[in-house]
Ligand binder design. Sequence first.
Ligand code: R5P
Length: 290
Amino acid sequence: MIVIGGSASMDLAKELASALGCEIIQASTTAFPDGECYTRIDVEKLDDDVVIVQNTFPDNKLIEMLLLQDAVKKLGAKSITLVIPYFGYARQDRVFKPGEPESAKIMCKHLDMDCDRVITIDLHKESTLDHFTHPHKDVKAAPVIAEYFKTRGIDMVLSPDIGAAGRAKIVGDCMGLPHDHLEKTRLSGTEVRIKPATMDVKGKSVLIVDDMISTGGTIIAATAALKEAGASKVSVACTHGVFVNNALERFAGSPVDSILSCNTLNSSVSHISVAGVVAEAIKDAIAGKW
Ligand code: R5P
């Protein structure tokens, strides 16, 4: 097996290759003078099972992934497994207002062209993967998040909304702790309202888990509600730290006590590795388990 690291996910690709005990090849990606993507895998052939690791976010990384798939196929790969740590457009998974596209589906259709299987990590809605015609699996980061926080004095696990309640349950169950969820209403792309926390968090050290943090609005509002209700400490963990509009700086001046993400996207707080759980999913696939 050979792992190809795209420019968006090189660090994770290296860790994954090491977990799988296989060779890593880094794609050389630059831009043409007009800004279009140029990528090359500098080998004569790839006569092996190939795993491409590349986020499809931001847009230029999606283009790079599509080009890498074609290059890998032309180099003679026996099979192509896509590992998409952070799947761009996952949140536009349906038509919310007439005239909108079903963006997530369109991305699946294009990525589906040159591959044999697809692995994502905590995809916003797992059912999005049904748009792939090839075998697919959404790997859960909850067990590695739970493992990380096991010895860090957490009393309960919460999600900021009902959509992420399942994640809070898995993390809570893995840690042997109670779990619950808050009630969120999204007012706009950057604004959310969280209902005052009614659960008993007084004096408790709470861990909030979410699939992604983008502007940070959700987490800051959730933390404020919990502190208001008497929580002594609020730690935050997410799978995908997108952190747009200086979100990390906003956290520094907020009631959030600590923040961590998995390494699907690189940042100064992406310290929880998903390489091990992704490697297991690949080994299972090769063993014919899915
Ligand atoms: C929404 O359903 C997601 O699970 C996240 O809660 C949301 O995308 C976070 O966005 P933001 O950080 O901008 O509030």
